[in-house]
Write a protein that binds this ligand. Structure first.
Ligand code: ADP
Length: 189
């Protein structure tokens, strides 16, 4: 029989610039949680935009609608005991606060690297295109990013290793009672 890990539902919301490290940290956290038998769902901004929010653009109204829909699905999953990992730029503070309020069990992770670092990484080659004017409304270049004022976790991915960033996320989930204490420490044993 499949071993099911006891845990509470929660939405862990990773926000930050393109290339800041949201996907990388999310995937690492998801893998570790799944290995421990947790029920995990990942909502990745790029994949969501091909399905749930297909057709939406990058105006403020469309970006907010994108986040509201992701928030709605996260809310359903969270109340059914799933650990939901959302990886989306989600540049606007107000709508992030709105979904936080609706979901309740919510942990905001600010994945923070300076724009210059994200641009130098240019994981998907999008900054180059944005600088060349081939992409409009690109967050950080020609569209705003409003950093969280009081995130539960901040990962400085230009200064810390992936393992350190992942550790911060687990520490917060343990401290806030979403995972048993020393959850990650025990995983290594
Ligand atoms: P995003 O999903 O935010 O657009 P990605 O995860 O796709 O960003 O890309 C982030 C890049 O930064 C990857 O190439 C990753 O290997 C690198 N990186 C360096 N240090 C870290 C760290 N501490 N956490 C996450 N990513 C890191």
């Amino acid at each position: 029989m499949e071993q099911i890990m006891q845990h509470r539902g929660v939405t862990v919301w990773f926000t930050g610039l393109s290339g800041a490290g949201k996907t990388t940290i999310t995937q690492a956290v998801a893998t570790e949680l799944r290995n421990q038998g947790c029920r995990v769902e990942v909502l990745d901004g790029d994949i969501v935009r091909e399905n749930l929010t297909k057709g939406l653009g990058f105006s403020k109204a469309d970006r907010d609608e994108n986040i509201r829909r992701i928030g709605f699905v996260s809310q359903l999953l969270t109340r059914n005991g799933v650990i939901v990992l959302v990886s989306a730029i989600s540049p606007y503070r107000a709508v992030r606060e709105e979904v936080r309020g609706k979901i309740g069990q919510f942990v905001e992770v600010y994945v923070n690297a300076p724009l210059a670092v994200c641009e130098q990484r240019d994981v998907k080659g999008l900054y180059k295109k944005a600088r060349a004017g081939e992409i409009q409304q690109f967050t950080g270049i020609s569209d705003p990013y409003e950093p969280p004022l009081n995130p539960e976790v901040e990962c400085r991915t230009d200064l810390e290793t992936l393992d350190e960033s992942v550790n911060k996320v687990f520490a917060a989930l343990e401290e806030m009672g979403y995972l048993p204490i020393h959850f990650r420490a025990k995983m290594a044993v």
